[in-house]
Design a protein around this ligand. Sequence first.
Ligand code: GCU
Length: 621
Amino acid sequence: MKSFSIGLSVRALALASSSFFVFAGSSAIFAATAPSLASAPIVLTGADRRPALSLDGQWASIIDPYFSGLFSFHHEEKANGWFLNRKAQPGDAFPTEYNFATAPKLKVPADWNTQRPSLLYYEGPMWYERDFSYEPKQHTHIFLHIGATNYRSLFWVNGQKVCEHEGGFTSFNCDVTAAVHAGANFVVAAVDNTRLEDGVPGLETDWWNYGGLTRSVSLIEVPETFIDQYDLHLDRGEGSVIEGWVHVMDGRPGSKVEVEIPELGVKASAVTDASGRAAIRFPVDGLVRWSPQTPKLYKVVVRAGMDSINELMGFRTIETRGTEILLNGKPIFLRGISIQGEAPYRTGRANTVQDAETLLGWTKELGANYVRLAHYPHDESMLRTADRMGLLVWSENPVYWALDFDNPKVLAKAEQQLDEEIETSRNHASIILWSMANETPDTEARTKFIETLAARARALDSSRLITAALLVRTDGHTKILDDRLGKALDVVGANEYIGWYEGNPASADVTHWRIDYQKPLIMSEFGAAAKAGLHGGKDQRWTEEFQANVYRHQLSMLNRIPQLRGMSPWILMDFRSPNRPLAGIQDEFNRKGLISDQGRKKLAFFVLQKAYIDKSVGKPQ
Ligand code: GCU
């Protein structure tokens, strides 16, 4: 299949290239045959803080492995595709071979894989349809807000195409103003989770390729002139100065914007420039800085013309000084854990506040102050909960393992996903690290690719630290971290599995570390698998005793690495993976969790908990 891309620069790229529309021929064919109001989706910062009409619930669904709802038998796009939601009429001269009204339902937001046994392994196109009624107001824009869909998706409202998107873990907003009318409406989505050679991520992942409308869907109405993005953060330099900007869409230059923090008695204003951006900077007295000990959140009102957003934000600074990580100017050690976006108990994609509270509640119970959200941006509810609970966050772009690093289209896709991640989540005090990648091969092409992403992330957000999870080399008993990508990072992350994929648990006792960068080091992954409830000797693989033994040896080894400033063992909870077939033990789950997917804590949970609560691992405290 052809590929396509839609980030800012890539939006231009996409519109320029005729092969914009993915699945088949060029958009020309499509445009000629079916009504289209399609425009590139946009980011709306703080979209979850805006009033909205939720479209969550039961949607009609039709599995379409051959995508015959969109393509003819000669693989040309149909003018009368299933996006028309047509109902058969008496006397029709042709058969209508689909009917959303009688089709089975799928829950939204959710992956489809865990909703029906027949869909567990399904990878391909799936159609969704939902009716809704709406009374559009004058002088407004209406956006279809999509929390996330995996992996590629197209949307139609009342039969008119409104947008398409590629990328499984970031939110986007489609302008449906011209398609929605008063009264009864319907929205149709085609979601395809087929893995692509030129996809981001690529063909191989160690997580289940959950497909579907995996995060909340809603309709958001904004005034004709509205705020699409804003960035507010504490200036690193001076005491308490908040700086940033507000961007207004469809406004005239010189339009006034305002930022108010009622609790601090401040109200600051600025005016937009020709690009619609208003830079803003103002001092604040009496600010309580956000930290794990004091996760203070302030109500912040961002206004422009008729539009306003009520945000809930914390303010803190994060920076490095040599091999130190400084939070609010003080050295900090990140006692953490890695988390996949797997829902506890029910399994499938995590996407609710309750999922977040369960996973981050266990993290707090562990005595942790930090989480690595792997390997892709997690649901907004996870970030809101981390803000509230006072957990520091590593957020990651799904540049995972091997990608087609020489392919400019792949770079454009990675850039688009990075843009959406940062532009959507930049105001979360909890996020301190943007991770560019995980376990990518140390090649020239890869390094150039990720250096480009790192530079882009810095340009988008200079208030946070840039990192990546790197592979390490082994020379005898020495582990060497000299991946050339380290040069482009503020903080270097390293993944190692001494005692599991290599050596035995005690091998850690004789392992030395050579880190070729005078930068803070985070051990972003280490661990071992265990089947919850399986007990035996500490040298017996898959038992809880073996896993706990690996942790004990790891913790003492890590304490011997002078520049270690954090860790996020792999992993908090077992999660579904297609690479783990061992019957009776893994059963298609990665069992490196400290807790099973059914909430059963393993011995190693308590080994790590003790080290974190006693603060016996990591310096400074
Ligand atoms: C890798 C990888 C993870 C994977 C883990 C494992 O390091 O980053 O995604 O799940 O190892 O093998 O369990």
